[in-house]
Design a protein around this ligand. Structure first.
Ligand SMILES: [Zn+2]
Length: 274
């Protein structure tokens, strides 16, 4: 099995989104009042070259995000900025790895924020898995009001529901195996969004944790610091605790979407020190 980190451009958000300030509504409003931007952060997608076929986890950003500055939604307009060129989209980068669109067996999305579903257009023939509740939250006008961009989805986008079973995986309450071998597993990591999932890859005794936005970096996960957009402090905090438990129980490489260290950590198989 081989895992690749694909950087699909970069994103800048408010520091109060990365590390929440206070609790509850106050924490969520702080994203809008904070004047401080982060540095440019990578937006990674992940490619698992598995004997049963290639699995892509998240599709990263697309160049269509460059015009969010004119969006009517206050978050997209004021609180986020993107950088990406066309050859940084996931399609051309897969091609450079020698992986064609038909080689990809399935795409799994951790959630439907626009820097994770921005490359969907490259997968018109591929089965795409999204948690049922996440799709319901993101679609239609209500989705747009919640800050999703369903109007930017390809017209054919009709994901297969990724229903997790009440089968625990380590400290996670529900999970679903995505390969017959059972070595790629979706686990429920609610917090950043209510139905957020992460993908675990077990390879030669090491657990690779494709975290999505469960936290923006490893330090915040270890510190148990909830981000600025999670709806519920306790739910998000419990997910961060579960990840720490997993990393304590088994050698784990932690790979959040926007952690500037994720690619280097994957290359050197650097474990979470707990
Ligand atoms: Zn997100």
């Amino acid at each position: 099995m081989k895992l690749h980190a694909i950087q699909t451009g970069s994103v800048r958000i408010k520091t109060a989104q990365v590390e929440g300030r206070g609790r509850g509504l106050r924490r969520r409003l702080a994203v809008f009042t904070d004047r401080n931007w982060t540095q440019w952060l990578p937006s990674f997608a992940w490619v698992i070259e598995h004997p049963e076929g290639v699995i892509v986890v998240d599709t990263g950003q697309g160049t269509h995000l460059l015009d969010t500055a004119t969006s009517l939604h206050p978050y997209a307009r004021w609180e986020v900025a993107f950088r990406i060129e066309r050859d940084q989209e996931i399609g051309p980068q897969l091609h450079a790895l020698g992986i064609g669109p038909r080689d990809v067996k399935r795409v799994v999305l951790t959630h439907l924020h626009c820097d994770h579903d921005g490359g969907l257009a490259h997968f018109p023939q591929t089965e795409i898995l999204v948690a049922r509740g996440e799709f319901q939250m993101a679609r239609g006008w209500m989705g747009r009001i919640r800050g999703y961009l369903p109007n930017r989805w390809p017209s054919w986008f009709d994901p297969a529901p990724l229903d997790l079973a009440a089968v625990p995986y380590g400290p996670f309450a529900s999970s679903r195996r995505l390969t017959t071998a059972g070595d790629v597993i979706a686990v429920a990591t609610p917090g950043h969004t209510r139905d957020h999932v992460s993908v675990v890859v077990e390879d030669q005794g090491t657990t690779f944790f494709l975290a999505g936005d469960a936290s923006y970096d490893e330090r915040l996960m270890l510190a148990g610091r909830v981000d600025g957009v999670s709806a519920n402090d306790d739910v998000a905090g419990a997910t961060l605790r579960a990840i720490r438990h997993l990393a304590k129980d088994r050698p784990t490489v932690y790979l959040p979407t926007h952690d500037p260290q994720s690619a280097a950590r994957l290359a050197s198989r650097s474990l979470v020190a707990t």
